[in-house]
Design a protein. Sequence first.
Length: 217
Amino acid sequence: MLAHHVGLALSAGILAALVATPAWADKSASAADVGTSSVTTATASTNYQPPPPVRGELARRAFDRLKELAGDWQGESTKGWKERENYSVIANGSCVLHSSFDAHPNERMLTLFHLDGDTIMLTHYCVARNQPRLRATQIADDLSTMTFEFLDATNLPSRDRGHMDKLVLRFESADRFTSRWTWYQDGKEDWMEEIVHDRVKDAPNPNAAKDADADTK
């Protein structure tokens, strides 16, 4: 019983941390400005208003398109470095998890996409040790391009502290797309290099050995 109560206390503490409003947030933002989530969110600062997100059926169709990325990929930047990637649909189909390894040497980063009501949200877990949240603000009708822009972040005392601020995805086919991020710091936004992502079609099945072992028992 003690363990149960301790677990509840920890859960409550974690939830409080997740919903806490950053000290630099604009607490005057209306509910319409920050989306329909029941979790409290905040705009970036008193002098920054996040662009309005794309809502409704187009956002839901775009999220389904992101789910189609499930599988292994290789990314190569215009600066020559390469990364190994995986997209997985998790949490009963409610989230797309992107795992990237070696974009920074021997480092793994994660980006999670999910619907927030009738909009698309992403959270990027960065080597900069902050976690910016972006919303889809532009989506082409044919889903060929998606643009995500900064909403807020954790571990970011000021928006002028360096962070990933914008992401543009361009889909060329089911097996190739490009991405490009911006880096925002000290009031200045800079475009980073473009990354070309190609699906790895013959990637080994990580469950194959387990399946074979099960068949022999």
